[in-house]
Design a protein around this ligand. Structure first.
Ligand code: UDP
Ligand code: MG
Length: 334
């Protein structure tokens, strides 16, 4: 009856592509990153926005970013109120983003911005998640590579959703996936797991991960171990089950051993011997008990943090800039 029923769904998307750059004290690389990134985005037919998320940098990174301009893309400079960690900074970027496709990229140029067109091509083919898999880890020590490989094996043996190996946070997510991720209530943001959790149609592109352009990695081994424990305990309860099974096995073995000792004593009589074996059993049991309590503690700690329902991050300021071309167009019209 002349009433249009199939109005295209109104999305708040003003742009097609959002590029999110979380950064923490990266003043040496940011200018180089910005020029390479904008050079790539200028070549794209899609409209784009760059969202820089300052994770409480203590150097001049934020002032630098606030001066960045681009002829094609709008720029959002979001500043968190302190260093909340990369996972939170990425969450902030995801929530600020409005693009139909969203790309997360490190500030240190380890993830080459020049791959963005390839990622978009996959997205246009219909994939919802484009994982960028490192073919080679340049500039990383043998030990780091080995420990990373071991970690992925352990993680994937414990977690149900498939967490792709050697895929960092560099990836493309379709709007739908971003919306789902933004709705996840948990405080503990283990992003590798969170990105894999929604599923959807996934594509993987292999790439050479460059060495850091300059500056130093913000990760040390303590932080990495923490991240590994986070990864496992926030996506799997298998460690608890392992503790249970281990307890059961040991109890059973103890029972059998007890029967043996009692019958041996009854048959042969037994003067007090076996101090070494007793010590070994005591220590082994004590160790396993402490470990299991530690595992329990990890989960209780997680429950504690989740129940507090604190926000993931606090935003101190947002500075938005339209593409310069558009601004000029408005001025001439006025
Ligand atoms: N980063 C961040 N907050 C932090 C630590 C790091 O936003 O607390 C950013 C950092 O500036 C970079 C990205 O996360 O853009 C990756 O960090 P880094 O290069 O130190 O990690 P790696 O590449 O060694 O895994
Ligand atoms: Mg890096």
């Amino acid at each position: 009856m002349g009433i249009v029923t199939s109005v295209p769904r109104q999305t708040k998307s003003a742009v097609t592509l959002s590029v999110i750059v979380p950064y923490y004290n990266e003043q040496e690389v940011l200018p180089e990153l910005h020029s390479r990134l904008t050079a790539v985005l200028e070549q794209l037919p899609e409209t784009s926005e760059i969202i820089y998320v300052d994770d409480g940098s203590t150097d001049h990174s934020l002032q630098l970013v606030n001066r960045f301009t681009s002829s094609q893309s709008s720029i959002q400079s979001v500043a968190l109120s302190r260093n909340f960690g990369k996972e939170s900074a990425m969450s902030a970027g995801l929530e600020q983003s409005s693009g139909l496709a969203v790309i997360l990229i490190d500030a240190d140029l380890q993830d080459p911005p020049e791959l963005i067109p390839d990622m978009l091509a996959k997205w246009r083919e219909g994939y919802d998640v484009v994982n960028m898999q490192r073919a080679e880890r340049l500039g990383e020590t043998w030990f780091k590579r080995q420990s990373a490989a071991a970690f992925y094996r352990l993680l994937n043996s414990m977690v149900k959703s498939d967490i792709p190996e050697n895929v960092g946070d560099f990836r493309l997510l379709a709007r739908e996936v971003v919306d789902h991720i933004n709705r996840l209530p948990e405080r503990n943001r283990y992003m590798k797991g969170i990105f894999a959790w929604p599923g959807f149609r996934q594509a993987t592109i292999q790439f050479q991960r460059d060495a850091r352009f300059c500056g130093e990695t913000k990760w040390n081994y303590f932080k990495l171990i923490g991240l590994a424990v986070d990864g496992i305990t926030s996506f799997s309860i298998r460690p608890l089950r392992i503790a249970t099974v281990l307890g059961g096995l040991i109890a059973f073995a103890a029972f059998v051993y007890g029967v043996i000792i009692v019958s041996k004593t009854l048959m042969f009589g037994d003067p007090v011997t076996g101090y070494p074996s007793m010590m070994v059993v005591q220590l082994a049991l004590g160790g396993i008990q402490l470990l299991s309590i530690g595992v329990l503690g990890e989960y209780i700690g997680r429950i504690f943090i989740e129940t507090k329902q604190r926000p993931l991050y606090l935003i101190q300021s947002i500075n938005e800039k339209q593409p310069q071309q558009k601004l000029q167009a408005v001025e001439t019209r006025a």
